[in-house]
Design a protein. Structure first.
Length: 134
């Protein structure tokens, strides 16, 4: 299954709505290319909406990290939105949750780019604690 990326914008923030799988091959490549294009166009505030991503392998995780790194090099930032339970578990296990801001609500993710707005981040600690009980 391929990775489909739809680009939208909200309040000057670029939102990439991803659908499919982020895996080794063209899927991870298309994500990296899309982020490089945005960085070159000076679109440096990006939200990756993973609501419709059903699988991420190690190469896909690497593509997410490369997206964050590419943007960071040019004073940009990538934030994650609507992660599945499995994806959150992967980020926690690999300690990658520490390099991303994660959100469960699009407006909170957008608001996080504006210092004067109230935001609610995804609470990783609560997630880990609830996972241990289950």
């Amino acid at each position: 299954m391929s990775l489909d990326i739809q680009r939208t914008e909200k309040e000057g923030i670029t939102i990439l709505n991803l659908k499919g799988r982020i895996t080794v091959g063209p899927e991870a490549t298309v994500l990296r290319e899309q982020v490089h294009e945005l960085a070159a166009a000076k679109k440096l505030r990006i939200i990756l909406n993973l609501a419709e991503v059903d699988y991420i392998d190690s190469t896909g995780l690497g593509a997410l990290v490369m997206a964050a790194t590419t943007l960071k090099k040019v004073d940009g930032v990538a934030k994650l939105l609507n992660l599945s339970k499995r994806t959150i578990e992967l980020l926690v296990m690999t300690k990658l949750a520490t390099i991303f801001e994660i959100f469960g609500d699009e407006q909170h993710a957008v608001n996080s780019f504006f210092p004067d707005r109230e935001i609610k981040r995804f609470d990783i600690l609560s997630f880990v604690q609830s996972s241990k009980k289950a």
